[in-house]
Design a protein around this ligand. Structure first.
Ligand code: SF4
Length: 255
């Protein structure tokens, strides 16, 4: 069974919490049986203190990230914030699922905060070292051309965004891959060895990709879904071009 990253995290955290609870029950029984009531009370108070301290610490960290999200600015090392975000997200996702909160705002928060952290690193690469990675659903569903094999096969009829993506590829000499799934997306990364990825996808696939690909910086760009999920989707080409210009070494942006 091929689970997505968020389901895996949910299951891992569920098992972790169950494991901690079982350990706590055994510890409690052990201390109650073999220690004095006084020692038992002290250990119980320490446990309550640590529990409340952990809740407070998590709340403080969440508030810190909300501040980054609000002001679009990072004070400190962006790598630490990225690592913290990757650790915090599964926990927040878990809480949303347990309490049946909508996790779309959390997903968008993760993607935006990731982009702010990556932008703060001020990475500059050659345009040829950038890979634009998009899902297959950007292609018009009635089009018969196999652009997943090679986007340059696109006849540029203008009926979908693949046309503009190929134009961007030709204009900036970036790499472009249109993948039908996670396996082919990973294959494209191995094939092009990019130093920077501009990934276009829905919230779920973007988060899975950003968490999976830790060795290359990834900026996530949400697709637009006027026809529902996975059908004739679109991407904001101006936004993609902004990121290409933002991360490219300026002197190499000659056309
Ligand atoms: S722009 Fe390219 S991919 Fe899109 S419908 Fe036309 S030929 Fe097909």
């Amino acid at each position: 069974m091929d689970l997505d990253q968020q389901s895996k995290s949910f299951i891992q955290i569920t098992f972790l919490i169950i494991g901690v609870l079982i350990l706590g029950v055994f510890l409690n029984a052990y201390v109650y049986s073999f220690f004095s009531i006084k020692a038992y009370q002290i250990l119980f108070l320490i446990f309550i203190f640590l529990f409340l301290f952990s809740i407070m610490a998590i709340l403080m960290i969440v508030l810190f990230y909300l501040r980054i999200y609000q002001y679009r600015k990072i004070l400190g090392n962006p790598d630490w914030f990225l690592k913290g975000l990757h650790l915090l997200y599964p926990l927040m996702d878990f809480i949303c699922r347990i309490f049946c909160f909508s996790y779309s705002p959390l997903q968008r928060f993760f993607i935006t905060t990731n982009n702010i952290c990556i932008q703060s690193k001020n990475i500059k690469v050659l345009p040829e070292e950038i890979l634009i990675l998009t899902p297959h659903c950007l292609q018009k569903s009635t089009c018969s051309v196999r652009v997943t094999h090679d986007p340059s096969y696109c006849k540029q009829c203008g009926q979908c965004n693949v046309n503009e993506l190929v134009q961007l590829q030709n204009k900036y000499h970036v790499s472009l891959a249109i993948a039908t799934g996670g396996t082919l997306a990973r294959h494209a990364i191995q094939q092009y060895h990019p130093k920077f990825i501009l990934a276009v996808a829905c919230e779920r696939d973007l988060i899975s990709g950003i968490i999976d690909v830790t060795q290359v910086p990834v900026i996530g760009i949400l697709n637009i879904r006027p026809n529902g999920p996975c059908k004739d989707t679109k991407v904001n080409i101006d936004q993609l071009e902004y990121w290409i210009r933002e991360i490219s070494i300026k002197e190499r942006l000659v056309f």
